[in-house]
Every structure is written in structure tokens, then in C-alpha cells.
Design a protein around this ligand. Structure first.
Ligand SMILES: Nc1ncnc2c1ncn2[C@@H]1O[C@H](COP(=O)(O)OP(=O)(O)OP(=O)(O)O)[C@@H](O)[C@H]1O
Ligand SMILES: [Mg+2]
Length: 730
């Protein structure tokens, strides 16, 4: 490998980092300055120039997607033939790597060989059960807060025995719930996300020979997005590095956005003091965004007090101003975004160049609807993930039960799905028996049937379920994975259940189930799981990779995601929606300076995803979670320099016209005319002969069927057929 090729396309500072001698190194730099690029080139450098064995390299990324991308970039640099130098390299997320370790050393980690991963949804379900089991009130002991407590403690490396409640009764209850929850997990061989990390750390601590083995192996450790590591991840890296291995971390304190989940930005400064001779290299040139976007983002983040301080400049084009759109409501906002996306396409752009970023997942629904209406392909990244959809979770629960009858969360989920007459009362009896006799739910159900505690319809329903699961396992055990899953989906009754729904929702659920079978067909376990039975591997894969491999991967589609999951990514066209006080910054964070700064960093992350064009939108009123809210524009918008901004004035018009695709085919002129004819816009004041004055809130349909929703001052909100209503614009 030519040294020059490895340094091609890098500036001086980047070269310095890539070609640095073997030492501990921090690359500290702002967004889009090429940190990730440096990391990739550094790996190639280690392999190609330092002649490091791929087995000696461990690279930690923030998402599985990032790991895949990195692998791709390394292959592009070094070639992808099977004998190629980088095979054997360990690359993945902290969770993925911890999982791999625990699989390899499950005995030493005190785990059964077929331990399963509990995702956050399953975790909540299980916690709920623990709370009820303790006869506590779920309204007082919110499962979400209990989960937050447990995960927070685990992120800090604390087991129940390490926690001192100082006699505080509330803390004591939390602690008890943690303890019982953990015992339940341990009995059933379940491992939640935080547990993966904690166990992997304990593996180092309690089994020095294993730690030593990996210390000898991983001479080179590289970590991307270091600003978002938590205490346990830091401790893990530190142990693994020992005092001989070389660690390169790259990060940006201004992009630390997971403080609420235990990430510690101080880890960057700790690194400098904890790791011998650690040197800092700063990158200052941004290659991603236009000068306009960059200077706006720089000014915004300058409002934060707690910063390590960095410079960032670009010699790129000035670019267009950032467009700010004040929408009337969330529907108007969605339509505006969709309109701009269509314009982008019409001008020759592609949809996969575009991203819509929002603060909360729940904001996606309205956007999705608007996109669907206009038939624009979209993909949700990290939101309602494929493996988190109800029907998929149902199917996975059956599959998990096949592999592990002790999986109580799965038992609960499907024992009466589809309904087979097992009611709350029966379930209550099963839970009680399980608790009293220290059994799992499956065992308890069998015991209750045998001892005739359950009788009549309840007993036959329960034994029917037990037989079903046993039969499914027996009948499908030898089949190829996807056939097995197909059988399970059908024979369990799930297929029939959703087919009978006969709605669009039901149809999409069926499609998702089909996609699951599809996923199994193309599934190949990674090295860590190669020795597991395919079903066990698939179930683990599903829990671990939830959401990161989506359907129709090859069709160009707009990407929808939360601001948090956009970290590290870049898109030519970016929309940030819902930039309103109370949404972004969120209500709670606005009241606390530390959290406000974190929200501002999130805004910085969002803005710096944009390469060429950035839109930021806010709505005057918004219906979310079933409530109407009125928000002022976010303070973050006010912090942007006005010379970088442009306000979009026009509001979406209510159109009587045919849907666009048809218009252009049949009568292109119709579009223009009917658009101009209506004269109505969302947010417009109108008068109706009978109902008086009001404001246009929404519309649906087109042509003669077009209906408008008007909120009348006196008469309240009404849907009217536009062509009959004779609304007079005021
Ligand atoms: N020297 C360079 N010449 C040209 N393009 C570059 C150079 N360095 C980086 N880039 C490009 O700039 C963009 C940003 O790089 P990269 O994603 O590595 O930045 P980053 O610092 O990791 O950003 P973030 O903080 O958002 O993760 C990428 O498209 C990358 O290919
Ligand atoms: Mg990066």
C-alpha cells in the first residue's frame, strides 16, 4: 500500500493524525471537519504502513450503520477481496462488541449459552410486572422512571449491593425493584442493553486472564463520537487499554447530546489525564456545509458557556440562506416540507439526498402522512423501527418462546395474542403462582393446569397455548430459518389475526410479517454468532439491530429521523421541523441551564448535518399527543445571525385541484388555475353565511370532494365541503 494513497484527500492536520506515531491521541474538532474520515484512514494506515494485524484493531462506532459504513470505506481504501488485510478486525458499537464478548465468554460472565437480549420495550413490560408483583401502584411507581433508575445505575456501574439509599424510603423501593428485576432477568437468561455493557465491564474486572488476553490482542483501539461515552464505557476502554495499548479517540464536545442518558463529556478531558502522554490534534476546516450554514451554526453554539473551544472555517461556497418557515400548524408544516421535496426532485435532486429531522419521534406521523399522500418514498431511521412494530414483536415473541420457554416477557406478550380466551384473571393466577413458587410463567401455567387450579375453558385455553408452542417447535425445528418463521407466523394465528383486520393498517402489518420472513431468508449471522442455532442468532440480531436494517433499502427515499439519531450523518438537503419553544428546546430543558445547553448542542448537530441547503420550520399551533399547543418560535432561531436567514412567507394553499401526478398527465393548466382560484390558505380567516367567522385549520381530498376544516369563533370546528361552503376569504 502506497503511503501517499492513504494520505490522499487529507489536509495537513488530518495527515498528522493519520500518520501519527503509535501513541494515545485525541482528535478534537467540530462537525464536518473529517474526524470520521481520519479514523478510517488511520485504520488503513495501521494495517498498510504499521503492518498491524487486523486482529489487533478494535474500532468502536456509534451505530451499527456507522460501523457498516466504515467497513465500506476501509474496503474502498484497501480492497475487498476475502484475503484482504482488514478481515478479522473488530468493528461495531459498544453494545455490539459487548454482546460479542459475552457470547464468547458466557460461562465466565455467568450467563446461559442462549441468553437473550431484552430491548427497551420488553424491559418496560418486565418492570411493570415486577412493580405489580410487589403490589405497588404503577401510577406512583412509573415503569419508565424505574427503568430510568435501573439503567442509570447500570450505566454508572452500580449493582444493587453498591447502592446506599441512606434510609430514604423512596430510594429503597427503587432499589428493591432493581434487585427483583435483576433476579428475574438472571433467572430467565435475559440481558438488557445497559446490562450488556456492565457485564462486559465486570468480565474484565473479575476474570483477569480474559482481560489480559484481549489486552494482548487489541494493541490499537479507536473510538468515534467519544463525547457520548458513559462512565461504564470509559472504564471499559481504560481497562482494555491497560498501559501499553494505543487509543485514538475522536470527538466534539459541542456534539455531546446524550447527557440525559448518562454520557459524560468530561470523558474527553479525563482521557487526557488518564492516558499516558495523550496528545491532542485539532482539525479546523469544515468540508461539509456551506459558509452560510457553518457560520450560523458557529454563532449558535457560541451561546454555550461550557465549551472546550474550537475554531471551524470553510473555504467552500457561501451558499443559499437558511430558510425559515412559520407554519400555521403541523399540517401546514408537513405540506410545506413535502412541497420543497417535490421541488428538489423536479430540479433533478434525489430523495436520498434529503433528511427531515425532528425532536420527538411522535412528530413523524404527520410528516409520514403528507409524504404518503404525495407518494414520496421515505424511510424512518431509528424511529418506529421495523423490529419494534407490534406485529413483528408478536412474531418475535413466539420465536423467542420456541428457544426459551422461560422468556416471561414473550409469554406475556403472546399468551393471548391472537385471543384464545385467556383473560386477565387467569393470567393473574399464573403470575401469582410463578411468584409464589419461584417459577417462570410457562412452568407456572403448566403447573396450574396439572393441579387443576385452572379448570374449564381457562384450562383448555392455556393448555392449547402450551401445546401450540411445543408443536411449533417440534414441527419446525429442522426447517430452514425463513420457512420456520413463515410457519410460526401462520400457525400461531398471527397472520390470520391481521388479515382479518381488512384495513390498511392490517395490510401493512401483513406486509411487515412478510418482510420478516424475507429478512430471515437473507440473514447471515456475523462471526460472533456463527456457532449459535440460526433461530437464536436471528433473535439476538433482531434485538440488537432493531431499526437499522429497513425495508426497501435500495429505493431512494427521504430519511426521517430524530435529531439524536442524525449524529455523524450528512445530507445535501435538511429540514429541521418543530423548532419551537416547548418543543425544541423542550419544556423541561428550557428551565435548566445544563439541559438547555445540551438542547443547543442538539440544534448544532442538526444544522451541521446540512451540506447545501437547510430549512428550519416552526408552527404556531400544533396538535401532538392529542393536545393543541401554541408555541413561539424557538430561541435558537433568534440566536442565528439574520444575514444568514431568509423568511419564507407564502403559506400552503388549499387546493381543489386533482392530485399532481394526474394533473400533469391530463390537463397541466388545471393546476395553476384551480390553485389560484381557491384563494384559501391554512390559517386564513374566512366567513361562512351561517357559522360566521373562523380560521381554516386543515383540508383533505381534492377536486369536488375537497373538504376544509374551519374553526369558527362561535360554532366551533367544522368540516365543510369546500365547493358548497361558499367561504369568503377575509
Ligand atoms: N480533506 C478533505 N477533503 C475533502 N473532503 C473531506 C476532507 N475531509 C473530510 N471530508 C469530507 O467532509 C465530510 C465530513 O467528514 P466527516 O464525516 O469525517 O466529518 P466528522 O468530523 O466526522 O463530522 P461529524 O462531527 O458530524 O461526525 C465528509 O463528506 C468527508 O468525506
Ligand atoms: Mg463523524
Amino acid at each position: 500500500m502506497e503511503i501517499e494513497t492513504l494520505l490522499d484527500g487529507l489536509n495537513d492536520k488530518q495527515r498528522e493524525a493519520v500518520a501519527a506515531p503509535l501513541e494515545n491521541l485525541l482528535v478534537l474538532a467540530g462537525a464536518g471537519s473529517g474526524k470520521t474520515r481520519v479514523l478510517v484512514h488511520r485504520i488503513a494506515w495501521l494495517l498498510g504502513v504499521e503492518r498491524a494485524s487486523p486482529y489487533s484493531i478494535l474500532a468502536v462506532t456509534f451505530t451499527n450503520k456507522a460501523a457498516a459504513e466504515m467497513r465500506g470505506r476501509i474496503e474502498a481504501l484497501l480492497g475487498s477481496d476475502p484475503g484482504s488485510q482488514h478481515r478479522g478486525l473488530w468493528m461495531g458499537t459498544f453494545h455490539g462488541i459487548a454482546h460479542r464478548l459475552l457470547r464468547a465468554h458466557h460461562l465466565d460472565a455467568n450467563l446461559p449459552a442462549d441468553f437473550q437480549i431484552l430491548d427497551s420495550d420488553d424491559q418496560l413490560r418486565l418492570i411493570k410486572r415486577v412493580i405489580r408483583g410487589q403490589n405497588l401502584d404503577e401510577k406512583q411507581w412509573l415503569p419508565r422512571s424505574v427503568a430510568g433508575f435501573i439503567n442509570g445505575k447500570k450505566d454508572d456501574g452500580l449493582r444493587p449491593r453498591d447502592i446506599d439509599t441512606l434510609g430514604d424510603p423512596v430510594a429503597k423501593t427503587y432499589l428493591r425493584l432493581y434487585q427483583i428485576y435483576q433476579e428475574t432477568c438472571d433467572r430467565a437468561g435475559l440481558v438488557d442493553f445497559a446490562e450488556l455493557l456492565l457485564r462486559a465491564h465486570e468480565l474484565w474486572l473479575h476474570k483477569p486472564h480474559i482481560l489480559q488476553h484481549y489486552q494482548q490482542r487489541f494493541a490499537h483501539i479507536l473510538v468515534d463520537e467519544f463525547q457520548d461515552t458513559n462512565a461504564i464505557q470509559y472504564a471499559w476502554i481504560r481497562l482494555l487499554a491497560g498501559d501499553r495499548n494505543h487509543v485514538m479517540i475522536v470527538g466534539d464536545d459541542d456534539q455531546s447530546i446524550y447527557g440525559w442518558r448518562g454520557a459524560k463529556v468530561e470523558n474527553i478531558s479525563r482521557f487526557l489525564s488518564d492516558f499516558q502522554g495523550a496528545r491532542t490534534i485539532r482539525l479546523e476546516q469544515n468540508y461539509r456545509s456551506t459558509a452560510t450554514i457553518l457560520s450560523a451554526a458557529n454563532l449558535l453554539i457560541a451561546n454555550n458557556a461550557e465549551r472546550l473551544g474550537k475554531e471551524l472555517w470553510t473555504d467552500g461556497a457561501e451558499g443559499e440562506p437558511i430558510s425559515i418557515y412559520a407554519a400555521f400548524n403541523e399540517l401546514d408544516e408537513a405540506r410545506f416540507v413535502v412541497g420543497r421535496l417535490k421541488a428538489w426532485k423536479d430540479e433533478g435532486g434525489t430523495l436520498d439526498e434529503c433528511a427531515i429531522l425532528y425532536r420527538n419521534n411522535a412528530q413523524s406521523r404527520v410528516l409520514e402522512e403528507a409524504l404518503m399522500q404525495e407518494r414520496l418514498a421515505y424511510r424512518i431511521y431509528g424511529g418506529l423501527r421495523f423490529f419494534e412494530r407490534q406485529e413483528i414483536k408478536d412474531a418475535m415473541a413466539y420465536l423467542r418462546l420456541l428457544g426459551n420457554r422461560g422468556d416471561d416477557a414473550s409469554f406475556e406478550r403472546v399468551v393471548n395474542t391472537p385471543t384464545r380466551g385467556i383473560g386477565e384473571r387467569t393470567l393473574g393466577l399464573i403470575r401469582e403462582a410463578a411468584r409464589d413458587q419461584g417459577l417462570n410463567l410457562w412452568q407456572a401455567a403448566i403447573a396450574l393446569c396439572e393441579r387443576k387450579v385452572l379448570a374449564g375453558r381457562a384450562a383448555s385455553a392455556v393448555s392449547q397455548f402450551i401445546n401450540l408452542v411445543n408443536l411449533l417447535e417440534r414441527d419446525t425445528d429442522e426447517l430452514p430459518l425463513h420457512v420456520q418463521i413463515d410457519r410460526v407466523v401462520r400457525q400461531s394465528g398471527l397472520w390470520g389475526l391481521y388479515e382479518a383486520e381488512k384495513s390498511e393498517k392490517g395490510q401493512s402489518r401483513i406486509e411487515n410479517l412478510e418482510e420478516l420472513v424475507n429478512a430471515a431468508r437473507t440473514f447471515s449471522p456475523d462471526e460472533a454468532m456463527a456457532d449459535l442455532p440460526p433461530l437464536t442468532a436471528f433473535v439476538a440480531h433482531a434485538a440488537l439491530e432493531a431499526g437499522e436494517s429497513q425495508a426497501d433499502e435500495f429505493e431512494p427515499a427521504v430519511q426521517l429521523m430524530t435529531l439524536h439519531s442524525a449524529k455523524g450523518l450528512e445530507f445535501p438537503l435538511v429540514f429541521m421541523v418543530g423548532v419551537e419553544e416547548g418543543m425544541f428546546p423542550s419544556q423541561i430543558s428550557a428551565e435548566e441551564s445544563g439541559r438547555l445547553e445540551e438542547e443547543r448542542r442538539l440544534c448544532y448537530v442538526g444544522m451541521t448535518r446540512a451540506m447545501r441547503k437547510l430549512y428550519m420550520t416552526h408552527a404556531e399551533s400544533r396538535r401532538l399527543y392529542g393536545k393543541e399547543m401554541y408555541h413561539r418560535p424557538s430561541r435558537f432561531l433568534k440566536e442565528l445571525p439574520s444575514e444568514c436567514l431568509e423568511e419564507v412567507r407564502l403559506r400552503t394553499q388549499v387546493s381543489w385541484a386533482q392530485p399532481v401526478a394526474e394533473q400533469s398527465r391530463f390537463n397541466p393548466r388545471l393546476t395553476q388555475e384551480s390553485f389560484n382560484d381557491t384563494g384559501l390558505r391554512l390559517g386564513q380567516r374566512v366567513r361562512h353565511a351561517k357559522f360566521g367567522e373562523g380560521v381554516v385549520l386543515n383540508y383533505e381530498g381534492s377536486g369536488p370532494q375537497c373538504r376544509v376544516q374551519v374553526n369558527f369563533d362561535e360554532a366551533g370546528s367544522k368540516w365543510l365541503v369546500a365547493s358548497y361552503a361558499r367561504l369568503e376569504a377575509l
